[in-house]
Design a protein. Structure first.
Length: 446
């Protein structure tokens, strides 16, 4: 055992460096003390005490820090026998533990011989296997209940945690060892369970299936949240829209969100939730947007009917018009009426449509009367003209009197002309012809 160990030497050397004042005398004194200490490091014997260390430096450095001397003396003391025992014991325990750890590594080339010769050394593996087996079975069953019978997204969140835990415990099981040595291993330790390779593979398949289900549910939840957000955003945009273009954009966004809800897989919890939400959103869409659309539709129909009515009103009932003109006016009024009749009783503008319909039907009736009068008057005037032609053909040239038959024809002409109604296109001509006939009948008492 050296008289001055390395730790004590470094402590004293550091203090000597601090005491050096960088003058020649100080450097020489420092070199002398260092040589003394180096010699002591090479000598074997009893370790130097605090007093001996002080005597070594005191003659050259009388102000040497006593705390440093005390610290160096403490560092220079040899370890006690108890400490050595503890140290060597720890090394031994560590070595044994390391050896057992090595023997319990999950490699066939290591475990096969140990399992045959000294299976007791595999006790840590058995404890780990027993723990991981029980936890794997328990967490797999819990995950199965949570994932396959989920009623909310919270069940899937907890189920995902259980799936990861079960997977962790399954990964910790040395499956090849259980598959090859279940009987001997469990016979030695008296375990009551038999976890074979087939059972392990089935458990892994169940975990993989649940993991895939969770992945599908996660994607479906993302779709649901995206569609739900889009529909709600569209509803707010529609309610805040002031222009028709803004409303149309909001309606398109609303419909797009509902289409996305229909795309969520029905076999997932999110899909079933999406179907419930979709019904509510479609009802809201019909109530909010549908009312506006129906209102706009009925408003457009009323406007179209008014356009037809305005065109029909250009043919004034107060003026004489031909049959073709009255027929065109009748056609326009019929178009306006037919347009108004397409507005249903549940449309917002139904009352206004019925009011206009009554007015237009009255107009149509008036036009129908004028058309009938025009047709009958034209027919009567034409008949009177034919009678006139026949009468003129029967009168001899230079005759000053009429035969009874001719007088009868003249009176027939008079009667026919009285059927021509005022306000018709032939009424003025009919009046002229009537006056002429009446004038011709006056001499004979007509």
């Amino acid at each position: 055992m050296v008289r001055l160990n390395k730790s004590a030497f470094e402590i004293l050397n550091a203090e000597l460096q601090r005491c050096n004042t960088n003058d020649t005398a100080s450097r020489v004194q420092q070199q002398i003390v260092l040589k003394r200490l180096e010699k002591l490091r090479l000598q074997t014997g009893t370790p130097l005490t605090e007093d001996e260390l002080r005597d070594t430096v005191d003659d050259l450095f009388p102000n040497f820090n006593p705390k440093v001397l005390k610290q160096a003396a403490k560092a220079n003391r040899p370890p006690s026998a108890l400490w050595n025992s503890i140290k060597f014991g720890a090394i031994a325990v560590g070595g044994i533990a390391g050896g057992i750890w090595f023997l319990n590594l999950p490699y066939p080339m290591i475990r096969y011989p140990v399992a045959r010769m000294m299976p007791m050394l595999l006790l840590p593996s058995f404890i780990s296997m027993d723990h991981n087996y029980r936890q794997a079975i328990a967490t797999t069953e819990q995950a199965d209940q949570l994932v396959n019978n989920a009623t909310s997204s919270a069940d899937f969140d907890l189920g995902a945690t259980k799936v990861k835990t079960a997977q962790k415990h399954l990964d910790a099981l040395p499956v090849w060892f259980l598959g090859y040595y279940p009987s001997a291993y469990c016979g030695w330790f008296g375990c009551s369970w038999r976890f074979t390779l087939d059972e392990f593979q089935q458990a892994r398949k169940d975990i993989a299936r649940m993991d895939a289900r969770l992945f599908q549910e996660k994607n479906a939840q993302t779709q649901l949240q995206k569609a739900d957000t889009e529909v709600n955003s569209a509803k707010r945009s529609y309610q805040a829209a002031l222009k028709q273009a803004e409303k149309e954009n909001a309606i398109a966004q609303w419909q797009q969100g509902m289409d996305q809800l229909e795309e969520v897989p029905d076999e997932t919890l999110a899909g079933r939730t999406a179907q419930t939400k979709l019904k509510a959103y479609e009802r809201d869409f019909q109530q909010v947007v549908g009312f506006s659309v129906d209102n706009e539709r009925s408003g457009n129909l009323i406007q179209a009917a008014k356009f037809s009515a305005e065109s029909a009103q250009q043919f004034s009932p107060g003026k004489a018009q031909g049959v073709e003109v009255w027929q065109e006016a009748e056609k326009l009024w019929n178009e306006a009426i037919a347009t108004l009749e397409t507005i249903k009783s549940d449309d917002p503008d139904y009352v206004q449509a019925r009011k206009l319909l009554s007015q237009y039907q009255l107009k149509l009736s008036s036009i129908g009367i004028r058309l009938k009068q025009e047709q009958q008057s034209a027919q009567a005037f034409e008949q009177a003209q034919q009678l006139q032609i026949s009468l003129l053909a029967s009168v001899e040239a230079g005759a000053k009197t009429l035969h009874p038959q001719q007088i009868s024809q003249l009176r027939e002409i008079e009667k026919t002309l009285t059927q021509v109604k005022p306000g018709t296109t032939v009424y003025p001509a009919a009046q002229n012809l009537l006056k002429a006939a009446q004038k011709r009948l006056q001499p004979i008492g007509g």
